[in-house]
Design a protein around this ligand. Structure first.
Ligand code: ADP
Length: 725
């Protein structure tokens, strides 16, 4: 609901409420005043009517005075003089006095004369029986000596009857009373009209017990409160006066009626008053509202509309119009001040937001850069850690392993036996706790490991961070040590191999030298067999030279000095060239069937023909050596696509002794010789296959072997084919 509506409703309610209050107050105050006035007026009327009746009695009293205090009257009641009667007591005399009755009583209470007159006809009439009985002896004797006027009202069937009496005295008013004079008059309609006229009221006289008078009025009228007024209806009001007889008994009730002019005037005044109040109220209310609307509400509405418009535009730089110099002006100024503060605050906020945005952007860039750096560092580190052949373990201060690289995972996962893995864990724990200087070598059943630790400084916990962050899982303890685990098994075996190599080389070199010395000695002692011993000597020297050549080749390979001379050639031709006639001869000697199955197509390869030729030769020689008489050796060539690459292959298959499974992993090791081989031939050096592998590796090829003891072996040499021209 709008303020204006509320004000209108409030003003209307106040006006209606105060109108109602005013109406009742005015009604109470004004009307009750008029009612009191009306009451007083009517009581006065009633009182006046009563006074007029009293006046009538007074007039009767004056008549009594005139007639009673007179020597003639005294004389008349004492002597019953007929002259007096004739001269004064004619009917006309009584009617002239407007009386109905005149009685003269003597001192002995005997009625001397009584005259009853009809005032309308002026004729004497007989006294009604009720009156006669009233004027009994007792009445007359009771009042004959009374000088004061006796007054009473008798209720007669015809009409109420007014009676007045007092003593008859001589004119000198001295001496004893001569008798009593009594006058009476009917309170007839004529007299009532007369009295009403005198009193200027609308008069009606009722007997005290008349039914026209309400019981309420009758009971309210008492000798102590003989006057009252009563509203009869909206139009009429009545005043009542109680009149008692000589005994004080209520006899008559005078009723004066009057139209309620005063009351109506009061009502009219009240309505005029209310009307003027209403008109004044409406006028005052309307002008107050008009003033309120023009000087307060209108401005407030304008102010509200302006503030609303500013709010809708969202532009706090706008201001509301300021006018006048009152409370609303202060409000307008306050609104403007507030808008100023808002503008300032908004500007501040915008500035802060811009700064924050810039800072956040900068931070984002920094974080992104740093993240990229860290990611690349991490990637590098991860690549290093993933590709390093060493195992890396990060452990906490309590020896718990926090992280490890794939190598360490493989070792601890499945490469090492359960005992070895546990030993490695134990070593990590010990290193974490004891922090030994230098590397620790751990000799396990399967491999030898060298552990070296880098110990991280303890970082103090950051205050408040732990309590501020809620972890879904308890955080890991900080890393304490990074342990690099190096597999030194091969180094150790290399060392062993070196030692073995020296032993083997010295052994292999000494054996032919001993043979040479033996043949020289034999030559000296048996010069006739010079040819035979020279041939043996030559053979031994050749073997010695081959051995030395082999050792030299290995040494060159190891030191990286072996330089390959690549030539593109057909692999079939190379195989044929590498296997000269002495091979067939050897096969023949050993009763081994040597056969070839060359690929039909040309197999172009780019190789060092000497090295690869040597390798082919060694493989075939081995096959012949380890095949028993009656066996067969088959040399075959071919090509095959492996992946996207074309490979050229040579297979040497024999039906010889075969290689046991436990020897297979070692046959390419230098100076390694199988047990059967050692038994069969003393001349082998164990370097042949080692060199074959080195030469093939030099050409990015590989040698594979399958073998079964007693059934034979197949050595296959794979070399990448030269791209066809
Ligand atoms: P060597 O033949 O001089 O002993 P190699 O290096 O040529 O040395 O061979 C190493 C070992 O491999 C041999 O001692 C032998 O036990 C085994 N070997 C090589 N070729 C064959 C083969 N064709 N059949 C069976 N055993 C073989």
């Amino acid at each position: 609901m709008t303020l204006w509506k509320k004000i209108l409703i409030t003003v209307a309610l106040v006006m209606v409420g105060s109108g109602v209050v005013l109406y009742f107050a005015a009604r109470f105050i004004v009307l009750s005043g008029y009612l009191r006035l009306e009451d007083t007026y009517m009581q006065e009327n009633a009182q006046r009517a009563a006074n007029i009746l009293e006046d009538r009695f007074r007039r009767m009293s004056i008549t009594l005075d005139d007639w009673g205090y007179w020597d003639d009257t005294c004389d008349f009641v004492q002597n019953a003089t007929p002259e007096y009667l004739e001269a004064n007591l004619g009917t006309s005399s009584i009617t002239a006095l407007e009386l109905n009755l005149m009685i003269f009583v003597d001192a002995s209470d005997q009625i001397v004369s009584s005259s009853m007159v009809d005032l309308e006809t002026d004729e004497e009439i007989p006294m009604p029986a009720a009156l006669q009985s009233y004027f009994s002896d007792e009445f007359l004797s009771a009042y004959h000596a009374v000088t004061d006027t006796f007054k009473t009202i008798l209720v007669l069937p015809e009409a109420p009857f007014l009676i007045a009496a007092h003593s008859i005295l001589p004119t000198s008013l001295e001496g004893p009373a001569c008798g009593t004079i009594v006058v009476g008059r009917y309170l007839d309609p004529e007299l009532v009209d007369y009295l009403a006229e005198l009193a200027q009221v609308d008069l009606t006289i009722y007997l005290a017990d008349a039914p026209q008078v309400t019981a309420e009025v009758r009971s309210a009228l008492t000798p102590d409160s003989p006057i009252l007024s009563r509203v009869l209806d909206d139009q009429t009001i009545a005043g009542y006066a109680l009149v008692a007889d000589a005994n004080g008994a209520p006899t008559l009730i005078l009723e004066t009626r009057a139209p309620r002019d005063i009351y109506r005037q009061g009502q009219l005044s009240l309505w005029y008053f209310l009307l003027s109040i209403v008109v004044a109220g409406i006028g005052a209310g309307a002008s107050a509202l008009l003033f309120l609307r023009r000087s307060v509400l209108g401005r407030m509405f304008n102010l509200g509309a302006e503030v609303e418009a500013i709010g809708a535009s969202g532009d706090p730089s706008r201001r509301v119009a300021v006018s006048g110099n009152d409370e609303l002006t202060r409000l307008e100024r306050s609104v403007n001040d507030m808008l100023g503060a808002l503008e300032h605050a908004q500007a501040e906020q915008q500035r802060a937001e811009t700064e924050l945005r810039e800072y956040s952007e900068k931070l984002k860039t920094m974080v992104a850069e740093r993240t990229t750096q860290l990611q690349s560092q991490y990637t590098r580190l991860d690549a290093i850690l993933s590709n390093t052949t060493d195992g890396i373990i990060v452990a906490a201060a309590d020896g718990r392993i926090l992280e490890m690289n794939p190598v360490a995972q493989t070792w601890l996962g499945n490469k090492l036996s359960a005992e070895d893995a546990e030993q490695l864990r134990g070593a990590v724990r010990r290193m974490t706790q004891q922090k030994p200087e230098g590397a620790v070598v751990l000799e396990l059943a399967e491999m030898d490991l060298e552990l070296s630790g880098a110990y991280l400084p303890e970082s103090p916990p950051v205050e408040g961070v732990a309590s501020a962050i809620h972890f879904a899982e308890p955080p890991l303890p900080p890393p304490s040590v990074v342990i690099a685990i190096h597999d030194v098994t091969h180094l150790k075996s290399l060392a062993r191999m070196q030692a073995d190599f020296v032993t083997n080389v010295s052994h292999e070199l000494r054996t032919p030298v001993t043979a040479l010395k033996l043949y020289i000695d034999l030559l000296r002692r048996r010069p006739a067999e010079v040819e035979r011993y020279l041939a043996a000597l030559e053979q031994t020297v050749d073997r010695q030279m081959r051995l030395v050549e082999s050792i030299l080749n290995l040494s060159r390979i190891d030191s990286g000095q072996l330089e390959a001379q690549y030539t593109v050639t057909d692999f079939n031709a190379l195989v044929k060239h590498s296997l000269p006639g002495d091979i067939a001869q050897l096969a023949g000697q050993q009763d081994v069937r040597l056969s070839y199955r060359f690929a039909e197509e040309a197999l172009p390869i780019s190789v060092d023909t000497d090295r690869i030729g040597q390798a082919i030769y060694d493989l075939v020689i081995n096959a012949l050596h380890y095949t028993l008489p009656g066996g067969a050796v088959t040399v075959a060539t071919g090509s095959e696509m492996k992946g996207e690459r074309l490979w050229v292959w040579l297979s040497v298959t024999d039906t010889g002794i075969g290689i046991p499974d436990n020897e297979l992993p070692h046959i390419f090791e230098r100076f390694y010789r199988g047990a059967r081989a050692q038994q069969m031939r003393a001349s082998g050096s164990g370097l042949g296959l080692a060199l074959v592998q080195e030469f093939v590796n030099l050409h990015a090829g590989e040698v594979t072997v399958t073998s079964q003891v007693g059934a034979g072996s197949t050595f296959t040499l794979w070399l990448p084919a030269a791209p066809s021209a």
